[in-house]
Design a protein around this ligand. Structure first.
Ligand code: SAH
Ligand code: ZN
Ligand code: ZN
Ligand code: ZN
Ligand code: ZN
Length: 509
């Protein structure tokens, strides 16, 4: 799945029109909340087929919702989807979970059991139903405050991969948050950070507070409604409706909105522009609580994501800068220290809108302050006089190419044919066709800004869309070509097959 593979082909873009995220009633829902509108396009065609699909699941096996734009769903299908949605609900409401937790905590240690198969704390009356399952026979109070140690991380690569921070990384975040003077953390998809904050708080060793927003509803059995909301960060959806949204609002508005920082570690396959869009919705919620005189528009944020997504993040949130800190994970062999790790360390970084000179990276790991860049940089990074900044990104020392007029990866060579630096052994000119607009080929703009497209759209009366849908991002290649839409290369057959599959799916429902 790389730019280089492609010749012509097709792609999919997400359409972040106001209706798709704001007026949720007009948008079809799947079990993961309001769906998103996408457009499948083919090279050379100004507009393609539009359809609604799940916001959270990139794997159609997990949520196969599909509805052509403009089409109405038959009643039978609507009912089938209502059934699927009901079946995917958590076993209990959050309130019920809270009651169960209180009962569970009152049990003697010998009666505290946890079903690993169902990821459920069991009350004595329920043991019988789980006889055939793998059941933990004791749950300590310490384990109750550390659910990520009890729950098996979901490992579905495409949708729900849960990669937990190493202890060192959690410590780093906590010390940063403390040094920067925040008193609470909005934890979006960072359960391990949240539980560490909560368990320290319970132990009385820290005053720091936190609220976890996560799509994994298994957490609801461990936290009160003040401390957990079942939330989808790809459509800004609170599964438990207004009461959960209010709990989040209260948390945001505490202390007139002051003293709060957001930390988020979304699935790396997620669409960046959708994440940015929803992050802005969270910012809006927060701003509602601020005095009008406050000019600050963004919640201070630490967003954890791979370095090669930098341009996309900065595209969506121009105030964000990438920090050199390498974020490490406990259950990801490539992204941690040790024999299996990548030589250059983890490719995962922190993106932030907090002034970079305030985020101090640990000296004992070789990070140092670059006075010219006003930020802490990694050992291997060098300040390039010509670029006027510290240019290394991937953990190696980049070198300046005078012809490209920028620093490039050390193993790359300047190629006369491609007129740019490329890896050794690359196939020449494979990228050139990607430079131009996907509709008219003009190299000065991209598909989303193509004038042909707007005239057609105005004519057909559809709204302007922005952005690109890029699926199957896992194991992203590190190329940083100017256009990174997903393309199915010349394999038109594959497209046809996919269309057939989705037709079949439609017929099934
Ligand atoms: N490193 C983090 C975990 C990151 S894994 C830690 O150690 O705490 C990604 C997290 O995002 C998981 O907790 C997962 O449940 C959550 N997540 C995945 N998709 C989501 C979605 N659509 N909305 C909200 N949270 C999501
Ligand atoms: Zn869905
Ligand atoms: Zn520098
Ligand atoms: Zn340079
Ligand atoms: Zn070059």
């Amino acid at each position: 799945m790389s730019d280089r593979l492609t010749s012509a082909g097709c792609g999919v873009e997400v359409c972040l029109t106001s209706e798709s995220v704001e007026d949720k009633s007009s948008v079809p829902h799947c079990p993961h909340g309001p769906t998103l509108l996408f457009e499948r396009y083919i090279r050379g065609a100004p507009s393609g087929e539009k359809f609604y699909a799940c916001s959270a699941c990139r794997d159609r096996k997990e949520c196969s919702f599909y509805l052509k734009y403009g089409e109405k769903m038959s009643e039978a299908r609507q009912e089938a989807w209502a059934d699927i949605t009901r079946a995917s609900q958590p076993l209990y409401t959050h309130k019920e979970f809270c009651k169960r937790l209180a009962e569970f905590q009152a049990l003697p240690m010998s009666k505290r059991r946890f079903c690993e198969a169902c990821s459920l704390l069991l009350l004595p009356g329920e043991w019988g139903e789980h006889k055939q399952h793998h059941v933990l026979q004791t749950v300590t109070s310490d384990q109750l405050t550390r659910p990520t140690h009890l729950l098996h991380p979901r490992e579905n690569k495409k949708t729900n991969a849960q990669y937990l921070f190493s202890e060192k990384t959690v410590k780093f975040f906590l010390s940063q948050i403390q040094q920067l003077g925040y008193d609470r953390v909005l934890c979006v998809g960072v359960p391990r950070l949240h539980e560490t904050i909560q368990s320290r708080r319970a132990a009385g060793t820290s005053q720091l507070d936190s609220l976890l927003l996560d799509i994994d509803h298994r957490h609801a059995q461990f936290y009160s409604e003040e401390h957990f909301c079942h939330y989808n960060m790809f459509n800004h959806h609170f599964f438990d409706g207004d009461s959960a949204r209010d709990a989040c609002l209260q948390f945001l508005h505490r202390n007139h909105g002051d003293g709060i920082v957001m930390v988020t570690d979304p699935p790396f396959g997620g669409l960046v522009e959708v994440l940015c869009h929803c992050m802005k919705k969270l910012y809006e919620l927060w701003r509602k609580g601020l005095p009008d005189t406050c000019s600050q528009t963004e919640l201070p944020t630490l967003w954890i994501f791979p370095y090669f997504m930098e341009h996309r993040i900065v595209d969506g949130l121009p105030s964000f800068k990438m920090l050199d800190f390498k974020v490490e994970y406990e259950n990801h062999p490539l992204y941690q220290e040790g024999p299996k790790s990548k030589k250059r360390g983890s490719p995962v970084r922190i993106f932030t809108n907090i002034p970079t000179d305030r985020v101090v990276l640990p000296q004992e790991e070789g990070y140092r302050f670059c006075g010219l860049c006003r930020r802490y940089v990694a050992t291997e990074n060098r300040h390039c006089q010509k670029c006027n900044c510290c240019t290394s990104k991937d953990g190696r020392t980049y070198v300046h190419c005078d012809l490209c007029q920028k620093c490039v990866k050390p193993a790359w060579l300047h190629c006369e044919v491609c007129e740019r630096c490329e890896p050794k052994g690359h196939v020449c000119s494979q990228r050139s066709h990607l430079v131009g607009c996907y509709i008219c080929g003009d190299p000065r703009h991209k598909r989303r800004d193509c004038p042909q497209r707007f005239s057609e759209e105005r004519y057909s009366g559809t709204k302007r869309m922005s952005g690109k849908r890029k699926r199957n991002m896992e194991g992203n290649n590190e190329t940083s070509g100017p256009v990174k839409q997903q393309k199915c290369s010349s394999k038109k057959r594959k497209v046809k097959r996919k269309q057939k599959q989705s037709n079949r799916r439609q017929q099934q429902l």
